[in-house]
Design a protein around this ligand. Structure first.
Ligand code: ZN
Length: 383
């Protein structure tokens, strides 16, 4: 008990250092896909992590460098696997946002605002602090620790998910540093999500004179989308969102092309398979129409297990810190969908509490950041 509380007390003495660091990381903007800004941020983050890490690497990605930091476990650490921390450096905000809406500590002395404070630059500060707490108290992690920071999570980790898979191999536990659920609850399940482009090729014809010669790609698309909605309505926890539709040329021409971008969400693997099959194996209603379905991005469902033993251990550590740690499942998807769906013990939502991710009102709590850092340090030191 004294052990964990000492970590929290020490974390609280680092509040000013953390605030400064948080401001620094928010001021270095990281819109997804901007390799140049990403590199500047990566260098700064590596600089911070190098004070405690044994090694920091920059695996080259499709849009700039990701980052992997390694900490050795203590001398008697078991050699059957490592703990993987999963984070991301990119935000949804375009460059220039911070000039208009800079990092600010509000009058309550605890809430900070600014682009990316909550999702997820506060989490990166919490990890730096957690490792600093271990170093300052002369503790080493009970197992080797790896931190993976991808730079493309906000666009579905098209490149980063490769690294999540690679570094999750032989991991005994995966801790996701995404923001928690409202109220600070950890995530022990996430709905999966897939983006699919469904394109239809038809045959153009004069809509008045030769309509029978044509095949309307738009009519075909409408029928396909209606059929997909019917499939989804018969499945548990499945949603279909047609995000965009396009096609055709003018009202007196039978449309020879149409396409839609479709977002599918599902909470279980069975539902995922049924939904994916409904789109990818769809056959045209009209004999001369052609369908092409392309998966643009995909995250598997991570089904919630209320008895998640990793979560139970974290709850126990939180209890020693005098903190309540509720558990829940998330409607949104992230990098831990992959590890959770593979059956690797996974918990996400370990970032500081706050709200308003991706919006103008994004904010997060400093005291919570200190608590999360102490929780991480406590878990990493003892398991
Ligand atoms: Zn995030």
């Amino acid at each position: 008990m004294a052990d964990a509380s000492a970590l929290l007390a020490l974390a609280r003495t680092r509040a000013d250092v953390c605030l400064e660091r948080w401001e620094r990381l928010v001021s270095l903007e990281t819109p997804s896909g901007d390799a140049e800004l990403g590199a500047v941020f990566g260098k700064e983050l590596a600089h911070g992590l190098e004070t405690t890490a044994d090694r920091v690497e920059h695996p080259v990605g499709a849009v700039g460098d990701h980052l992997v930091a390694h900490w050795a476990g203590r001398a008697d650490a078991p050699d059957d696997g490592h703990i993987l921390l999963v984070a991301h450096s990119d935000t949804v905000f375009p460059a220039g946002t911070v000039a208009r809406r800079p990092f600010t500590l509000t009058a309550d002395g605890d809430t900070v605002t600014g682009p990316g404070v909550f999702d997820m630059k506060g989490s990166l500060v919490a990890v730096e602090l957690a490792m600093d707490l271990l170093a300052r108290t002369g503790r080493a992690p009970h197992r080797p620790v790896r931190l993976l920071v991808v730079n493309d999570e906000e666009i579905g980790s098209p490149d980063g998910s490769r690294l999540v898979a690679e570094h999750a191999r032989h991991a005994t536990a995966v801790l996701g540093l995404e923001p928690p659920l409202p109220g600070g609850a950890l995530k022990i399940g996430r709905r999966g999500v897939a983006r699919i482009r469904l394109a239809v090729r038809g045959v153009s014809a004069h809509a008045g004179l030769d309509a029978a010669l044509g095949v309307s790609a738009i009519d075909e698309l409408v029928d396909q989308l209606t059929a997909l909605r019917a499939v989804a309505s018969g499945l548990p926890d499945a949603t279909v969102n047609v995000g965009t539709v396009a096609g055709g040329t003018r009202a007196n021409v039978v449309a020879d092309h149409a396409e839609a971008e479709i977002g599918l969400r599902y909470a279980a693997a069975d539902t995922e398979r049924a939904l994916m099959r409904a789109v990818l194996d769809a056959t045209p209603v009209r004999p001369r129409a052609e369908l092409t379905a392309e998966t643009l991005s995909h995250r598997a469902a991570w089904a919630m297990d209320p008895a998640n033993p990793l979560a139970a251990r974290l709850v126990a550590h939180a209890g020693e810190l005098g903190l309540e740690l509720p558990l829940g499942s998330s409607g949104g998807a992230g990098d831990t969908n992959l590890t959770g769906s593979l059956g690797i013990p996974t918990v996400d939502g370990l970032g500081p509490t706050g709200a308003g991710a991706h919006g103008e009102d994004e904010h997060a709590s400093l005291s919570s950041l200190l608590e999360r850092a102490a929780l991480l340090a406590s878990f990493l030191s003892r398991g």
